[in-house]
Design a protein around this ligand. Sequence first.
Ligand code: GDP
Ligand code: MG
Length: 792
Amino acid sequence: MEKAVEGRLHLADLITGEEAFLVKVLGHGAFRKRITEMGFIKGKRIKVIKNAPLLDPIEYELLGYRITLRREEAALIEVVKTKELSADSGAVFNGTLSEDYIRHTVTERSHNISVALVGNPNSGKTTLFNYATGKRERVGNYSGVTVDLKEAQIEYQGYKITFTDLPGTYSISEYSPEELYVRQYIAQSAPDIVINVVDASNLERNLFLTTQLIDMNIRVVMALNMYDELEARGDSFDYDTFGKLTGIPVIPTTASKGKGIKELLSKVIGTYENREPTARHTHINYGPDIEASIIQLRTEILANKEIPDLFYSRHIAIKLLEDEKTTIKYIASVVGTGKLLEMAKDETQKLEKLYGEKTETIIADAKYGFINGALRETYAQNEGDRIQKSHSIDTVLTHKYLGFPFFFAFLWLTFQLTFTLGSYPTELIDNGVSALGQVIKNSMAEGSLRSLIVDGIIGGVGGVVVFLPNILILFFCISLMEDTGYMARAAFIMDRLMHKIGLHGKSFIPLIMGFGCNVPAIMATRTLENRKDRLVTMLILPFMSCSARLPVYVLLISAFFPNHRGGVLFSIYLIGILLAILMALLFKRVIFRGRDVPFVMELPPYRMPTLRSSTRHMWSKSVQYIRKMGTVILAASVIIWALGHYPKSDNIENSYIGRAGHFIEPAIAPLGFDWKIGVSIVTGLAAKEIIVGTMGVLYQSESDHSGSNLTMKDRLTEQYYTSGPRAGEKVFTPLSSYSLMLFILIYFPCVATLAAIKKEAGMRWAIFTSVYTTAVAWLVAFIVYQTGSLLF
Ligand code: GDP
Ligand code: MG
């Protein structure tokens, strides 16, 4: 491609031995950052050590260090030659150039800004170009393969601004010569600023291109053109907020009347000089599946030093996932990229299988989700002609007030389903487990081995297996909400509320995921850009009652609240949510004070979930649970059984576990718990499913004597205190079991969650989380049990 602007000199053009001063670094943001960190700063002297026409990389000396750069990268660094400077006789003083003169020249050169106009056909690029530059280029639709660049330079506020009017495109991909041209131009000529000309009367379609510019991580200023038409229609668009959300400064323009052009030019200069607070790098969030693939590919791209830093790595990853031939060909031309391409193919196939659609479509959908979300928050159509068909569901589901009852209804429905639908298979499995225990009991001679199998393994693991159907249903409902796109709506309506507690709607998705399992939820906080937000979200996440706690609730609720099952369960979850809110408020006030960074809440298009993808998402969430049953829970059950079995005695209270339980009893008696519950709570530190398992082991041993084939539920209802001040009273009452459920909801997150917090935030925060949650748990259970005892 020909040089865009005459007279610009780049580092790659220098020959061996030549010296120059750095003027500026072009290219995408990540490249500029990296190069600047290496010491490439305006005005610094650089010398070519070795550069032959076919040699790659090229070797330079900068600040006394030797540095090598790829040829394509050196082509993105603008310089001015020392020779050129000294040719000017007045500049030489005793054979050396004066510092002032260098600074002056470099500054003057860096006051050349190249600007490219990018936008849809008929968005008004040429009109804007003509007005800004005083040229008379043909306005109107042009089509055809011939691409003629129009270029003109103006002076404005001490800057020389060179405009390039690029052909109109709807997208920057590979479907037309224009598209290919624009992307090549942006990468290779690397304009300092891209002005994205957007037709304000057709925002949704025009902004698609904008999302691609965001992916490319280049500096963009938006000309919100045809603003007169938007106003004439009576619509309102909060473009300032839109700019803050997307990180792109927006200036409304009416190019045909020359309105807004001056402001646009000032914005261009401000953005170029990094004075524009609105301008920042943002990401479009493509959802957990695609983001996971992007991270994988990106890591591989960054690891390969042969790939020139011409395009932003995330952009390449996305293009590879889209299976774009141009990008694949480009990457294939670089040595050592076989593994990357293989990986891209695998990831693409995986995603297409999962969604039953081309990755390109999935990614485009996510882009429209971003646009929808941003517009929903900033754009209001004139009341008169509000006839939006495709968004009619959203006007209800993301309505300012109506959205909430819908959301809570869905949540309530989920818990209701978890119970009603789950109770049938659960009962079957429960009876099966008891029957199996009975069969083994009858067929084996009495002894330690029989006790190990029946009380330890079947009692422990069996007690947990029973709840598998409930957990699968819960996970399926969560997956369904994610896959239909409803979860994003929930996050959207929550955004305003979340802001009140100092968080974003974006924190909401990890929080909802926490209902499934806290571990992936902690990892999902990575989608939050701000560390403070990430930490607060992580700290309150354990209050989102994960599925491992569900067995205890199901057990206790069906035993003691048979008539209000769904409601009681809902109340537990709700209390968790309320506590999370309180804690977030507290943390934001006390530990993490600071300003919020706004961003777009994506609203992806609604999608008919395929059974395949929802089942798969459900499965991937459940695998961890199932694996835990075979490992941690099995091991814990055996250990607990052993501690309860030895030293051998008729009474379990004399066993190791009995002694340990009695030791902690004073601390938990005020909460309404007996020593067996105490032991269960301690074993639950490892994983909360173990609580039920432990109760299964401990409460089994006593009712053994009756010889009857009782389910766990029945066994709990017939537990009495045998000694102490409460002797003769029932251990489990509705009050004590509610207190217990709250304690289990709140206290110490499991070891796996803490490990995840440690990994994401460090040991300090992991320890802090375990201590403060346990303290809160004790306090809440204490208050509930004591006031409850007074009342009833
Ligand atoms: P391009 O394809 O992006 O270069 O768009 P043009 O500059 O050729 O403009 C397309 C049409 O839109 C022309 O008829 C312009 O007169 C008209 N136009 C451009 N800017 C505006 C504007 O701000 N308001 C209105 N109402 N019309 C405009
Ligand atoms: Mg044009």
